[in-house]
Design a protein around this ligand. Sequence first.
Ligand SMILES: Nc1ncnc2c1ncn2[C@@H]1O[C@H](COP(=O)(O)OP(=O)(O)OP(=O)(O)O)[C@@H](O)[C@H]1O
Ligand SMILES: [Mn+2]
Length: 598
Amino acid sequence: MNLKLRRLVLNKIRHLSLARICLLVFLLIFLLTSYIYGLIEINSHQIIFNILPADINENDYVIDHDMVKNNPKIPHEPKKIIAQNKYSLTVDKKIKKLFSRVQKSREEIERVLNEEQRKLVTEQKNTYTSLIYERHEQLKAQLEKELERLKKEEEEKAKNNPNDNNANLNQQNVDEDDDDEEEEDARPNPKTLKLKTSLNSDEMVPRDQFINFLKLEKINRKLKHVKTVRELVDEYRLNDDANELKNIPSIWERYHMKISELQLYNHTKNVNSVLKSMASEPVINCAEKEKGTQIKLILTLNDGTDVLVKPMKVPRDYETPPDHFYFVDFERHHAEIAAFHVDRLLGFHRVPPTVGRVFNMTTELLQKAEPELERTFFISPGGNLCFTGHCSYYCDSTHATCGKPLDRLEGSVQLLLPSKPAVKWETARHPYRRTYTKKRKAEWEVNDQYCEETVFRNTIYHSKLFLDLIDLCVFDFITSNMDRHHFERMVSLGNDSFMIHLDNGRSFGKIFSDEMSILAPLKQCCLIRYSTFKRLEYLYENGFGKMLDESLKFDPLYPILTENHLISVDRRLAIILKEVMKCTDKFSLANVIIDDGY
Ligand SMILES: Nc1ncnc2c1ncn2[C@@H]1O[C@H](COP(=O)(O)OP(=O)(O)OP(=O)(O)O)[C@@H](O)[C@H]1O
Ligand SMILES: [Mn+2]
């Protein structure tokens, strides 16, 4: 009896295990396919399921809005936390003294080159410029010869071995390092060869001469016709057979057409209406920005305006963790907004109009999303609507962009500036670029003579562009932005059209300390534009932090910066002025503060 029972049980178990094994194998195959097709992500410590219904049903994302209203713990309106004038203004006597010294040297600073000097300096400048063009032509001719020779060799080889399928010569240049676009290729193509604007290493440009090149701009400025986008559009329309610019959205007339070679807008007033419409116009399409390292959306608004949206990732008081490099830092929407206001107060007007906006993720993003993006939406365990999107950094489920709460999402909205076909842009590598690696330092970080040895020798900076670069350094130090790898310009507006201060998402990552290395261009070159200095003086006298807070009050997401951020802005302004002061110990005042007419 006992034996019979035992056999029966054993048999049952055997059968059960077979069924289990089948089930297990099936499950494994299922998991493997899910993993391959991206429905499952495996992290170091968890497995994440991205299994979504193939067709997204709007009802899957119904958010309980009453819950938000009835739950006082959920902040559905940002609290106004900044008490006015809480941060104090310290006035440094030494800085005040610098202001009065500059006032006294005003005549000397503002003086233009006399006729004789102008001729001489123009000649010197032209000598360098012709030198680099000459070398460029020589190099091009040399490369063409070399290519010709190689081609002949290949042809001869082909004649000798007619069966051998030779590799195409031009094919060898396809692999280009994206980051080092200005570095020389192994075998550059003479047709697309970029002009090397740098003089040879033994050809130093003395400081006095370099300063004269900058001063020469003051004369040129007076003679110059300042080009606008309107002119570019008019020019383009003359040959616009495809009628590409026939029915352009109203933003062109309201804003784009007025962009000039000098700045993105001339009066705050001109930009306020754009900010307002970007913050309120209904969204009609939502796409992802291609090739981004972090998630960015491109929205088309009802009035035809295209805008770039960076969604909220971190709270206002977030600081970059001490072990995080600048190149892995999160992009912050509040930084983009604050940077616009800082740039505007500095009088540069080189950051595109940027405003904060609260989105209803369901109706404004999900329901308007293009299919690729739509597929990445899901509801989190906390009941919030989230999406991951596609990008190379932080587009996995652990870093999803989620409603705070439910489907309420804050973001920065930046106007997309005009580009092709009427407006051509150019990107150039920043001379004080960081290495974007964990271990290697850039030359400017180890060589204090870098400015004279490298920057002064680059003929691209024998122009207005150099003091623009110092302006950018001032702006980046105040906003604490270490992520300035390139700068972009609308070159069809002119050879030295202003540097657009784009991509400020990684600024304001430090609050209680200052990143002194950002000031390297100012410290090493010891040159600053007169009008910028006067602007810094004005902000110092009137309280930069306070003015910034007042300016930010116009943003729908106010407060944008914390009180400590505002204190940091005042502190950094004083540091910049002190660095200028140190420079005037080394060089005379009129050889540090330069009036180039801009
Ligand atoms: N407001 C704008 N108008 C026009 N073009 C823009 C604007 N903002 C960004 N772009 C274009 O998109 C590019 C990428 O923008 P941004 O630098 O913000 O993205 P990113 O993904 O952070 O780039 P990266 O991570 O490589 O620094 C810019 O270099 C510029 O060419
Ligand atoms: Mn960036």
